[in-house]
Design a protein around this ligand. Structure first.
Ligand code: MF3
Ligand code: CO
Length: 258
């Protein structure tokens, strides 16, 4: 079921979104060669909890459920390096010069979630890799710009797909953006490509996490035996950017910002 959020509820989501944006800025500042992804995760969790929020990812089983056990997500961040697309699990693994590192963070305040991600470059990378990261960021902004009342979910995917096609990048298909609110993952799905149907008509109060994932190679991905880490099948590098936004009568509002 797709729910429309009130102005009050959107402002509550903005509180969660601000904490998520702070986490991404904090991690960006610490992201240097030698730092471990587990350290970044501990910093993130500390910031989220000190801000009075709850990490949305910790203990997540998928499908809106939380619990314990081997399939429960163990971190507060997802840290996805190079050919890892999304959902990389933080570990005692140092980041290295020349890598691209996707950081995804989620937090809930008073039961309302924010979810955002960015891909960072560590040191210097090839121009083609810089271009991948820049185009994925641009695709997120193009997708957000399409999130206006009267447009449809399909217009977001079309705007994102056009940028990938212009660059010849692969678009990851099994993972999509999503509705967000009192659950991290709500209806509707927000594909990063054309599906052949226009999808839901956008109205004020609809809140979405828009999250393009592009690769320098093919679109095929697989999930690692750790249950979570999504990698490209061909080993090509992947970039991911995400914001939580609200559709309003004045256009899209980004909630995951400071
Ligand atoms: N932000 C991601 C998403 O929207 C990560 C959630 S998966 C989790 O799908 F397990 F880490 F929570
Ligand atoms: Co998301």
């Amino acid at each position: 079921m797709v729910t429309r959020k009130s102005r009050r509820e959107i402002e509550q989501m903005r509180r969660a979104g601000r904490i998520v944006a702070e986490v991404l800025a904090l991690v960006e500042g610490e992201l240097k060669p030698g730092v471990t992804t587990g350290y970044l995760d501990r910093l993130a969790e500390q910031h989220i909890r000190e801000a009075g929020a709850i990490p949305s990812f910790k203990g997540y089983l998928g499908g809106g459920r939380y619990g314990k056990g081997p399939a429960a997500y163990p971190g507060s961040l997802c840290v996805s390096i190079d050919d890892e697309v999304v959902h990389g699990i933080p570990a005692e693994r140092p980041v290295r010069e020349g890598q691209i590192v996707g950081i995804d963070a989620g937090a809930a305040v008073g039961g309302w979630h924010g979810d955002a991600a960015r891909t960072f470059v560590v040191g210097t990378v090839a121009p083609a890799v810089e271009d991948l990261v820049a185009a994925t960021r641009l695709a997120l902004m193009a997708g957000i710009a399409a999130a206006v009342p009267g447009n449809h979910i399909g217009d977001i995917g079309a705007a994102i797909e056009d940028i990938a096609v212009a660059h010849g990048y692969g678009i990851v298909r099994p993972f999509t953006g999503h509705g967000i609110g009192t659950q991290m993952h709500e209806a509707p799905n927000v594909p990063n490509y054309r599906t052949g149907s226009r999808g839901l008509r956008l109205e004020p109060g609809i809140c979405l996490a828009i999250e393009p994932m592009f690769t320098l190679g093919g679109h095929e991905v697989q999930v690692m035996p750790d249950h979570w880490t999504v990698v490209t099948v061909d080993g090509s590098l992947a970039a991911h950017f995400e914001h939580t936004i609200a559709v309003t009568e004045n256009g899209p509002e980004i909630l995951t910002t400071v």
